[in-house]
Design a binder for this molecule. Structure first.
Ligand SMILES: C[S@@+](CC[C@H](N)C(=O)[O-])C[C@H]1O[C@@H](n2cnc3c(N)ncnc32)[C@H](O)[C@@H]1O
Length: 190
């Protein structure tokens, strides 16, 4: 089932809110990342930049066929061939990826869902030990130009608490001006 309040404005407006490469670099998406997974790729705003930065494959999932189509189009337009964009309800069915198979999980503008710990557990399952989860979300501030309603909008400390519950450690927080915050955490070893 589609997560609550996850509709998107038009692509031009949405993409005006972000500097994807800069955000990814800040969130430690670096040369150590071989394969990665993105939960809810939307228009592919971050997908194409991330795919260019990694040496392996980017698995990008979205429940909306139109979003997956937009992501595929963006990849073709930028001559990027290492994105596997798939229509899938990851809340209902998980990602289907093998356990401990990727180095980085992208949870961007999605943790306002009903059961964030379940999603973070799936991210944790597919990450290698020592792999990282990158989270971004709208600032907890009603004047941001978009973002989920305040009653469901997570604060950074909520995201960290949920991620700890799902098996992540060593939180680092970042101010992604003007409207977002970022968090990077590491999958705990056995
Ligand atoms: C707010 S958008 C964020 C898109 C992208 N992460 C970004 O920041 O540009 C959330 C996306 O999650 C997708 N989504 C919502 N529920 C989902 C589910 N259960 N399974 C897969 N994708 C889902 C929506 O279709 C939407 O494209």
């Amino acid at each position: 089932m589609k997560i609550r309040d996850s509709g998107m404005p038009d692509q031009g407006m949405w993409e005006g809110f972000f500097s994807p490469t800069q955000i990814l670099k800040t969130l430690e998406f670096n040369s150590g990342v071989h394969d990665a997974v993105e939960f809810g790729c939307g228009y592919g705003t971050f997908t194409v930049s991330a795919a260019k930065m990694l040496s392996g494959k980017l698995f990008a999932f979205d429940i909306e066929p139109d979003m997956v189509e937009a992501t595929k189009k963006a990849a073709v337009y930028r001559h990027i061939t290492n994105i596997e964009a798939v229509v899938r309800d990851f809340m209902e069915n998980g990602t289907g990826l093998k356990a401990e198979s990727v180095d980085y999980a992208m949870l961007f503008n999605i943790l306002h869902l009903e059961n964030p710990v379940d999603l973070l557990r799936e991210a944790n399952r597919v990450l290698k030990i020592g792999g990282k989860v990158g989270i971004i979300h709208w600032n907890y501030d009603p004047v941001t130009p978009r973002g989920p309603s305040m009653d469901i909008r997570p604060k950074p400390e909520d995201c960290v608490r949920w991620a700890e519950e799902a098996g992540f450690v060593k939180p680092k927080r970042f101010d992604l001006k003007p409207y977002h915050y970022g968090i990077v955490m590491v999958k705990k070893g056995e």
